[in-house]
Design a protein around this ligand. Structure first.
Ligand SMILES: [Zn+2]
Ligand SMILES: [Zn+2]
Length: 212
């Protein structure tokens, strides 16, 4: 993954470390999914979790067992996706656990953005060529940090709906094109077809924080 994202050794090493942490987060999320109590009544589903405090303290314990201390994170910050530092890891554990819990029961017409599961706006996608009846077209397969994915048109800002191809600033690094919407400022990293999507939002979030 780091080969697709980074151009410098330092970036590659840091990102590899982060992706190792992500493997641990997946283990914790899998172990917590049975604990999630939620009803699928309105989006984002994360706001319908009835035992968020319990989840937070279970996730905290699991992170602490692995030497990651989390302090002073509110339930509201987790639900809104605004927790920072190690709180961000806690937020990721809860989002991944929630997605694992509900993925089999999502309606096929669930919206693409913001994420119907965890409420975040997408920051990562993979370019895909799909065959139509007559023409092939390029679309973007969005990947949320929680694991949810959905497809949108190639030039379509997932925040403000901008579809004007001229109204995006582009910046290419590695195999990813970063597209900043000139109307709302939202940045999304879109990888070439073939790049694995599951860990992509982690890597892109890291890269965006590097040049932010
Ligand atoms: Zn999500
Ligand atoms: Zn926009």
């Amino acid at each position: 993954m780091s080969k697709h994202i980074c151009r410098e050794k330092e970036c590659e090493e840091e990102l590899e470390e982060l992706l190792k942490t992500f493997e641990e987060i997946e283990v914790i999320a899998s172990s917590l999914q049975a604990l999630v109590k939620v009803e699928l009544s309105g989006y984002p589903i994360i706001s319908n979790v009835s035992n968020m405090e319990e989840l937070i303290s279970a996730a905290k314990q699991e992170l602490e067992r692995r030497g990651i201390e989390v302090e002073g994170v509110s339930k509201e910050a987790i639900v809104r996706g605004e927790a920072e530092g190690t709180g961000g890891l806690l937020s990721l554990v809860i989002r991944r656990a929630l997605y694992k819990k509900v993925k089999g029961s999502l309606p096929p017409d669930a919206p693409a953005s913001p994420c119907p599961v965890c409420g975040l706006y997408p920051i990562a996608g993979v370019l895909k060529r799909v065959k139509g009846a007559i023409f092939s077209m390029d679309v973007v397969e969005l990947h949320c940090l929680c694991g949810y994915s959905a497809t949108i048109e190639q030039f379509h800002c997932p925040v403000c709906g901008n579809r004007d191809k001229q109204a995006f600033d582009l910046y290419v690094a590695g195999d990813v094109t970063y597209r900043a919407c000139m109307r709302c400022g939202h940045v999304i990293g879109i990888a070439k077809e073939g790049v694995e999507g599951e860990r992509l939002p982690i890597a892109i979030a890291y890269e965006i924080s590097r040049f932010a």
